[in-house]
Design a protein around this ligand. Sequence first.
Ligand code: NAD
Ligand code: UDP
Length: 404
Amino acid sequence: MATGRVDLDGNPIKAMTICMIGAGGFIGSHLCEKLMNETPHKVLAVDVYSDKIKHLLEPSSTPPWVDRIQFHRLNIKNDSRLEGLIRMSDLTINLAAICTPADYNTRPLDTIYSNFMMLSLWLNTVRKIASASYISPLVKFTGKRLVAFYLKIAHYGSHMLVDNFSESSIVLQQDPEYFVLKEDASPCIFGPIEKQRWSYACAKQLIERLIYAEGAENGLEFTIVRPFNWIGPRMDFIPGIDGPSEGVPRVLACFSNNLLRGEPLKLVDGGESQRTFVYIKDAIEAVLLMIENPARANGHIFNVGNPNNEVTVRQLAEMMTQVYTKVSGEAPPETPTIDISSKEFYGEGYDDSDKRIPDMTIINRQLGWDPKTSLWDLLESTLTYQHRTYAEAIKKATSKPVAS
Ligand code: NAD
Ligand code: UDP
């Protein structure tokens, strides 16, 4: 069925059914919201949790999307119902993973399982379904597209090469040729095996290679997305409120938690590492373009990030403190930041990426996409959300009398 929408080449876009695994997570919840609000596509949303998409599944009124999203609570590790859902879809998107750095060195087996083995099982299922529908001596994938969110760019780090192995690292760090990460040119280099932090990156790289090889040898239609620090509302959890008290989420939620509690923000190893942050809503625009423009997206690996929003972690902490003071009306913590060693914060086996800048040439050429939102603006809307969502709950939790 045509949708009235046209793709970047002016062709009508057909309504499709999308099997989205990990739909209940941070990225999944924003993608579901976008698909429901702005497109006629159907979503078979698969996850073990649904809290972040509750507003779409149990809306207070009857929105236009009411029949277009179905939630399937299942663990893709061991649930054969997944195959039936993939069979019913035109496109399968996989977002399921363990993707909080605090887990990479402390739960390396789960990290490798969830980022490689679980996804290779999914790939096998797609292969089984698609090849069964193709009657030919050549095994080919047909009728199923796949979008995979893979590399966390930590490992595709010419920056590690520059930092750890080059004597002239300072000079090289000034030259974009050595640190801007290009999908089709930059080398992938990890730290040593003892630094288990790289278990995630290595698992991601291997699944990317597997998908790419399925494309090359068996004709799988795929798109690989490399998210560069997408941040925004609903990212991770606030420890002790909607996640475990001892849990360590990614930096946005760690710093939000500190600000909500009026505590100093903890700068790991001095907060000297640099990141480029992109607003989730900008990034989701890019994913929708990939979904609706298969002729331009198939077979490609896309960096999705915002090279203009580069800061050190220390600068991020300072900006978040300023923004939070503005949106909450509360005074900043007396001691705004404290330094902490990575060993104390993450435990043995942690390692960091020092610099991570995405090259935007390919996504710009294929899909005409550019990020729009400045770091200040995205922090303002995100911290407004954090304050509105959590401030009361934190007050209650911290004012509870201690049991005698
Ligand atoms: P997230 O943790 O918020 O979402 C992942 C979702 O997958 C969760 O809701 C989780 O419940 C679900 N899931 C995990 N294991 C499952 C299983 N066995 N069965 C069913 N559901 C399962 O993470 P996110 O930030 O939304 O990231 C999504 C993907 O993007 C991941 O592959 C991640 O590695 C990748 N990624 C994200 C970023 C970023 O900036 N947010 C950066 C790099 C890569
Ligand atoms: N970080 C920090 N304090 C925190 C949490 C994280 O200094 O409370 C640092 C972390 O060491 C890394 C950066 O912030 O240098 C980004 O960490 P995140 O967990 O968001 O993921 P990454 O970009 O490393 O994958």
